[in-house]
Design a protein around this ligand. Structure first.
Ligand code: DX5
Ligand code: ZN
Length: 217
């Protein structure tokens, strides 16, 4: 089953509760929540206080994407602030600390995911794959919404799909960056089952139509 995770990075933050209601009514599966620290990526977005507020107004699954250095420092606080799944980047720390961050999220009873930037090979995540609920392939350089989809990442999506299936894992395969009804078709064919879309959903007035167009592409 294909799941759609609109990224609230492209929402109107002055009426975030209403924006989330709108995508829920439109059939979205997850809320994708992008956290940026101005170090791991050249932008700063939202963090713990906003997550707590969002948690209070919705029962939707909160898919929290941490684009921050050394996420082991903040894994627990995001779990305790309302995340359903905490995702961080394999490039953001040593293998030992990434392993520790995974254990912290698990110990807090939340789902855990690992992401790769476009230049990072799939193999960087393979040692952790058995412990993960989700893998995220970035199809833009992380940091900003509204960028163009990187077609050269499609083989990496296929590589993850093959490895997840070969090991018989339940792990979800998410794609983030430049997903719209046209590129959605390609990432689904490559084996992704969770599609993040920021500008393609929040940039148009009819969110339900956009969500359906991406899901049924
Ligand atoms: C980018 C973020 C994405 C972003 C996607 O660093 O991780 O989630 O919001 O935006 P679009 O769908 O507009 O590329
Ligand atoms: Zn994201």
């Amino acid at each position: 089953m294909i799941k759609i995770a609109p990224s609230i990075l492209s929402a109107d933050f002055s009426k975030l509760g209403a924006e989330i209601e709108d995508i829920k009514a439109g059939g979205a599966d997850y809320v994708h929540f992008d956290v940026m620290d101005g170090e791991f990526v050249p932008n700063i977005s939202i963090g713990v206080p906003v997550l707590k507020s969002v948690r209070k107004v919705t029962d939707m699954f909160l898919d929290v994407h941490l684009m921050i250095d050394r996420p082991v420092r903040y894994a627990e606080v995001f779990c305790k602030s309302g995340a359903d799944l905490v995702m961080f980047h394999v490039e953001a720390d040593t293998a030992e600390n990434i392993g520790e961050a995974i254990d912290i999220v698990r110990a807090n009873g939340k789902k855990v995911g690992l992401s790769v930037k476009p230049k990072t090979p799939a193999a960087a995540i393979f040692p952790f794959l058995d412990k993960l609920d989700m893998v995220l392939v970035m199809t833009v350089e992380p940091g900003f919404g509204g960028q163009s989809f990187m077609y050269d990442q499609l083989p990496k999506i296929r590589e993850f799909r093959e490895e997840i299936d070969r090991r018989g894992l339940e792990c979800e395969l998410e794609v983030d960056g430049g997903v719209d009804p046209a590129t959605a078709k390609l990432v689904k064919a490559a084996g992704a089952n969770v599609l993040v879309a920021g500008s393609a959903v929040f940039g148009k007035p009819d969110r339900a139509a956009q969500i359906n167009a991406i899901r049924n592409a």
